[in-house]
Design a protein around this ligand. Structure first.
Ligand code: ADP
Ligand code: MG
Length: 953
């Protein structure tokens, strides 16, 4: 405050009251203050200030306080619109949002219209739902709009809070564009309920609202997504994203835009559920039989060694023959030509014809048959270049790669791009038919796809650090509308579980007699059942909920506040349902919450407590613990436990101890940290997948949306030419030692271009590149002309999609195997995370190279695509199952990994070796190191030695 002057014992000063200039007279002796605010609504301000700011200042930290204080003037502005809106007709209110939309499309900013739009939402809710947003709800709405997390305790009306920011952000939508506001709930029932409940608020403003349910068809989903605001679960939003990226036309895609997400119960979605990613899986092989057929087709074929042919051609040329003709002639003696130097093989004209005859295919380069060349190439490669017991061994019906440098068996690894299957077919083995990942994403990465996300929950502060680090979400606690009146009694600790349960039931019985309702929260269905059984014995009527039938359980839990009600529920059960007190229950003391044990995370305990004392209701809570509880067992140090025992815990007498409560909180913090570490690791692994997925999905989408496929093709041709010229005619090699014949061959095979290599004799690498690329460009343009632009474009689209999808699917398969086998690396004292990244990257660059290669190959040969060919594309993504929670080995191993390291009290350095999952090696089996000796004479000896040494340590 700035002093102006003093008259007797009155001081005059200027100051700022939440952003408004004000004059203050202060009586130095009596302390009386007189405000002279320069606004007429001083009484309003004082009311808001007294109600909100005071509580904020008292209860929360300074950052929180500052954020909320900064919003108060806006709350005031929202209020100022109220009077005028009251007078509007329903139609006029609806009209208003159209006006905003127009204004926004002409370049207005959302923040400018925020106060008025919020006022409209408030008016609509008042009119159609009979609920007028409380000031704290308006503040909550602003926090959501600003992309933060609003922590508001249970019963504060978060469902309504979301409406104002949803309306506001739905307004930037352009006409006829799908919705971009998604409101995320934890189950289908809540999505349905909230969309229906809040529907009138939106419709009152002329906005549409939809809701996604897991059993909906594609067409239904599309319709729901086209609404301004769409409710749905995190699973459905995530799966729709993945499924959209497996569709082959834009028309079939449902979700498309992701601009703004408001996540309800944000801690459960972004923290609890973030440990298991979404996975869509399906059959690994679309056409196993094609591998066998291709193998059969090449079985009787004659192969020629490229190096020998080159030699023969050279000799012929020296004798004066035409090089090209000579090569053609020599090559036609074979069905395929292979080169050991670059591990490649390809069919000759003669070979292609034979293959067509054997396979009964009349054209390899029309839509549906486009993948045949790929199968055949793999078949000749595995026939010509992959030798049993050299590059691989066959063991237990499986093809196992032998590391070419060390000779070690690389169990669990697979060659990519279909080669492994091809070798399996050649060996007459069963091609491993398995389910593979077709698409997967973690919630962390899914929600990053939104332009803006925000969340609300009763309990977020304890996880504030994680929200900030992983999601860049700030958590702001919003004071309750009415002061909290719940009493949280200190924990009671018992010596044994039996005593604990007895005490819980005793308390239930005692409280129940008075008519007070009780909610018992447990951490497992099993515990719920034990308590239920005990209560039955005592003849106490009760309900048991275990998060199986959301809708029915919601109905039951909504009655948990009625006179004499006893409800036992696991943490998940009845979430999102308001417990309203029955008549006269408040006078009895409100709802009493009993916790059967402390949960791993403080947050979950707080959620349970928060079930009582909503909106200023009276209420109470108490947790019962036993020394045997998991949390106590793992974390309470021995001396705490023995001390507790000594202090007379044994005879059914509980202990109320600050020490223990403190110890438990410390334990919970440790578990929270530990779980955070697991989620962070999962994210680290997913980083690799995420980058790859983003690249592929973006490319696909570009193709589907009719992007410039011609440029894409040229980009690939350019890269292919550049690569080939670099390989055959590098400046790093002396001019006369360059393999210009090789280049000429390559051009012929790939683009059917005939060039006499003499032309390039005196050209530099760069000049040759230009020369070749020009020819390729010309050839392509001519092809284009001949078939017409529209046909050319549709062929491009088809080839790109077909190749990208096929290879991407194979790649995902390879990544699955990598994930499984990467754990074996910790044998070799390698950090599996780094190994996974490294190999993941190299598999991906192989994928991209393979895509470039095959696209550039096919694009010069393909000529027809029929409607039914598109069907084949669709069939590729045949979804067998969708689910969460099977991050299978990876998550499991990480968990064990961290468990063993951190729980043992270490600092995360020690990693227990992973147990061998492959069958044991027999003494007389060949040693897996590939030495060729028997196991007993080779590595077994060494292993014995190390084991013995370890024992004697
Ligand atoms: P939360 O999700 O925060 O736990 P809910 O959205 O389930 O809370 O709402 C709790 C209860 O509060 C509901 O019964 C709702 O009708 C009521 N409620 C919310 N906001 C208001 C309001 N502004 N005026 C009156 N009742 C309200
Ligand atoms: Mg809720």
């Amino acid at each position: 405050m700035r002093h102006l002057f003093q008259v007797w014992n009155w001081t005059a000063g200027t100051l700022c009251v939440c952003g408004f200039p004000a004059v203050l007279w202060y009586n130095n002796s009596t302390g009386v203050r007189i405000y002279g605010i320069l606004y007429r609504e001083i009484w309003m301000l004082q009311k808001i200030y007294a109600g909100v700011a005071f509580a904020v200042g008292k209860v929360f930290g300074s950052h929180n306080e500052r954020v909320i204080k900064g919003l108060l003037p806006v709350v005031q502005q929202v209020l100022e619109y109220e009077e005028d809106l009251l007078k509007l007709s329903d139609a006029a209110l609806r009209e208003k949002s159209l006006g905003f939309r127009r204004g926004l499309s002409e370049g207005g900013s959302l923040d400018d219209v925020l106060p008025e739009v919020f006022a409209c939402a408030r008016e609509s809710a008042r009119r159609y739902l009979g609920m007028r947003h409380f000031d704290v709800q308006i503040i909550g709405g602003m926090i959501l709009h600003s992309g933060k997390i609003a922590e508001m305790v249970t019963g504060e009306g978060k469902t309504l809070v979301a409406t104002a920011p949803a309306c506001l952000n739905a307004l930037v939508r352009k006409e006829n564009e799908p919705s971009h506001v998604h409101i995320v709930t934890v189950n289908d029932y809540l999505a349905r309920r909230d969309a229906a409940w809040m529907g009138p608020v939106y419709r009152g403003l002329g906005l549409t609202v939809g809701c996604i349910q897991s059993n909906m068809s594609n067409a239904e989903r599309k319709e729901q997504y086209s609404c301004d605001i769409t409710y749905g679960t995190n699973n459905e939003f995530g799966f729709d994203y993945l499924r959209d990226n497996m569709k082959i036309s834009v028309q079939d895609q449902v979700q498309k835009l992701r601009h703004f997400a408001i996540v309800d119960e944000v801690d459960s979605v972004l923290i609890d559920e973030a440990r298991t990613p979404l996975i869509i899986s399906g059959a690994a092989e679309e056409a196993t039989d094609k591998y066998y057929k291709a193998t059969y087709a090449v079985e009787s074929m004659q192969g020629g060694n490229q190096a020998e042919i080159d030699h023969q051609v050279l000799e012929a040329a020296q004798k004066g023959y035409d090089k090209e003709e000579a090569r053609e002639e020599f090559e036609q003696e074979y069905d395929y030509v292979y080169s050991e130097k670059d591990q490649s093989a390809h069919l000759t004209e003669r070979g292609i014809e034979r293959a067509m005859k054997i396979l009964g295919v009349d054209d390899f380069y029309s839509g549906r048959n486009l993948d045949w060349p790929h199968y055949l190439e793999n078949a000749v490669r595995s026939k010509a270049l992959y030798k049993k017991d050299v590059q691989y061994v066959v063991k237990d019906g499986q093809v196992i790669i032998v590391d070419e440098f060390t000779g070690r068996l690389m169990e669990g690894r697979r060659w990519s791009d279909g080669l492994h299957q091809s070798v399996e077919a050649k060996e007459g083995l069963k091609i491993r038919q398995e389910n593979q990942t077709l698409a997967t994403i973690t919630f962390q990465n899914f929600f990053k796809l939104y332009g803006k996300i925000s969340g609300m929950t009763g309990t977020a502060m304890t996880e504030g650090r994680e929200f900030m680090q992983i999601y860049k979400l700030d958590v702001i606690a919003i004071p309750p509308n009415r002061p909290l009146r719940r009493t949280n009694f200190p924990d009671l600790i018992y010596g044994s579980e039996k005593e604990q349960f007895e005490a819980i039931c005793g308390e239930i019985e005692y409280t129940n007699k008075s008519g007070r309702p009780i909610l018992v929260g447990t951490t497992s269905i099993e515990k719920s059942e034990i308590i239920s059984k005990l209560l039955k014995r005592r003849g106490i009527k009760h309900e048991v909920l275990n998060a199986k039938h959301h809708e029915r359980e919601a109905a039951i839990i909504s009655l948990a506040g009625q006179n004499s009600a006893v409800t036992i529920a696991t943490n998940m059960a009845g979430r999102g349902t308001d417990i309203i007190l029955g008549d006269g229950v408040a006078a009895l003391g409100g709802l009493h919450v009993v916790g059967s044990e402390r949960h791993e995370a403080r947050r979950i305990d707080n959620q349970l407590r928060g079930r009582s004392g909503r909106q200023g209701d009276p209420g109470s809570s108490r947790f019962y613990l036993a020394l045997e509880d998991d949390l106590m067992r793992i974390f309470a140090s021995d001396w705490v436990r023995s001390m507790l025992r000594r202090s007379g815990l044994s005879d059914g007498q509980p202990l109320e101890s600050r020490l223990v409560t403190g110890a438990i909180e410390k334990a919970q913090r440790r578990v929270e940290e530990h779980n955070f570490a697991i989620r962070k690791r999962l994210l680290e692994y997913d980083e690799v997948n995420n980058e790859q997925r983003t690249i592929i999905y973006n490319r696909r989408q570009e193709i589907l949306e009719g992007g410039d496929t011609r440029s894409r093709i040229f980009e690939m041709l350019d890269a292919a030419v550049d690569n080939a010229v670099g390989k055959f005619a590098s400046n790093a090699v002396r001019y006369d030692e360059r393999d210009l014949d090789g280049l000429s061959n390559w051009l012929k095979r790939k683009f059917s271009l005939n060039v006499d290599p003499v032309e390039w004799k005196n050209l530099s690498q760069q000049e040759i590149y230009q020369n070749v690329f020009k020819r390729v460009e010309l050839a392509y343009t001519e092809r284009e002309k001949a078939m017409g632009e529209p046909v050319a474009r549709s062929l491009e689209r088809f080839v790109l999609l077909e190749v990208i999808d096929r290879k991407w699917k194979d790649h995902l398969h390879a990544m699955d195997h990598l994930k499984e086998s990467i754990w074996l690396r910790s044998y070799a004292q390698k950090d599996p995370r780094i190994e996974y990244k490294r190999e993941g990257y190299s598999l991906f660059s192989e994928l991209m190279e393979a895509v470039y290669n095959e696209v550039t190959d096919l694009i010069f040969k393909v000529h027809v695509v029929r409607e039914e060919d598109r069907k084949a594309l669709e069939e590729r993504w045949d979804i067998a199952s969708e689910g969460r929670g099977e991050m299978e080995q990876l998550a499991q191993k990480q968990k064990e990994d961290i468990n063993s390291a951190e729980m043992a009290g270490g600092e995360g350095k020690v990693t227990e070796p992973i147990k061998r999952s492959s069958p044991r090696i027999g003494r007389n089996d060949p040693c897996p190191c590939g030495s060729g000796k028997k196991y007993k004479n080779c590595c077994m000896k060494k292993e014995r030695k190390t084991a013995d040494a370890a024992k004697s340590d």
